[in-house]
Design a protein around this ligand. Structure first.
Ligand SMILES: NC(=O)c1ccc[n+]([C@@H]2O[C@H](COP(=O)([O-])OP(=O)(O)OC[C@H]3O[C@@H](n4cnc5c(N)ncnc54)[C@H](O)[C@@H]3O)[C@@H](O)[C@H]2O)c1
Length: 268
């Protein structure tokens, strides 16, 4: 498929956290499908690398998604360079982990600001532009399986991600009259710099994989593909939805009874 034949030909997209991991995979897939992308991130080098590879299809700005002025600047960049904004992906995130009994207030606030406040600010500024443009639009927020499942030392992160899921639903409700759809992706374990410490520790990785029925983590491209689906016209009636992309992890809470009732088999 050539870029101009893609689902996003002639469209302008915005991606936060574009320099790394899931945001980078979304950016690259968007460009492959014909979009022009405005990418924002704190990581200057990662952005510059994407600009070198993708030339005029990629506009970049170093920005902090916890700042409303920066979120507005990223929207302005998309419009100034490409004339419009059709779709936005709020991907930037991270975590200062810590057990509740000892977690410093500033670490809690850092994580809530980075994972939740940023999505509020992003959605607000992106939707304002889409309403001004009067062509509708679509927004995809990257939450997490942790929106549904708590984790040790992850109270702030899981709380923020649960907030992203509800914020997504509330935004879908409020923007529907303007033709702006808002959906969330809830990834399980994805191999990115954010999770590198789990991949560098064979025992930790084995503990994860043990819980995932597909028996492996995802690659960032496997999160990008369903994210683009939600953003595309293929999902024109999908609105306020949460899509788990987790290798069936969320449905694996029940004990594994196969040792007692036999392996899954086909007797046809
Ligand atoms: N990797 C996983 O297993 C996983 C699972 C579920 C959800 N997620 C979520 O996916 C999103 C992307 O994570 P990833 O795994 O690709 O991580 P990553 O670390 O590879 O990428 C995150 C990007 O966000 C940028 N960023 C951080 N703080 C920022 C700020 N204040 N302003 C602008 N940019 C900032 C970083 O520089 C980085 O480029 C996050 O929201 C994360 O919580 C990841």
């Amino acid at each position: 498929m050539t870029a101009t034949q893609g689902r996003f030909a002639g469209k302008t997209a915005l991606v936060t956290g574009a320099a790394s991991g899931i945001g980078r995979a979304i950016t690259e897939r968007l460009i492959a499908e014909g979009a022009r992308v405005a990418g924002g991130d704190l990581n200057k080098e990662g952005l510059a690398e994407l600009a070198d590879i993708h030339g005029d299809a990629f506009a970049q700005v170093v920005c902090d998604v916890t700042s409303e002025a920066d979120c507005e600047m990223l929207v302005s960049l998309a419009v100034a360079r490409f004339g419009r904004l059709d779709t936005a992906f709020n991907v930037a995130g991270g975590n200062r982990s810590g057990y509740l009994l000892d977690q410093p207030e500033e670490d809690w606030q850092f994580t809530i600001d980075l994972c939740l406040k940023s999505v509020f600010l992003g959605v607000k500024q992106q939707a304002r532009q889409m309403v001004r443009g009067a062509r509708g639009g679509s927004i995809v927020n990257i939450a997490s399986l942790n929106a549904h499942v708590p984790m040790y030392a992850g109270a702030a992160y899981a709380t923020a991600k649960a907030g992203v899921e509800m914020l997504t639903k509330n935004a879908a409700l409020e923007f529907a009259d303007y033709g702006v759809r808002v959906n969330a992706i809830l990834p399980g374990l994805v191999e990115t710099p954010l999770t590198r410490r789990h991949f560098d520790n064979a025992d930790a990785l084995a503990a994860f994989v043990e819980r995932i029925p597909q028996r492996r983590p995802a690659q960032p491209t496997e999160i990008a593909a369903p994210s683009l689906y939600l953003a595309s016209d293929d999902a024109s009636y999908v609105n306020g939805a949460s899509l788990l992309v987790d290798g069936a992890w969320a449905v694996s809470g029940y004990p594994d009874m196969r040792p007692f009732c036999g392996p899954v088999q086909f007797n046809g």
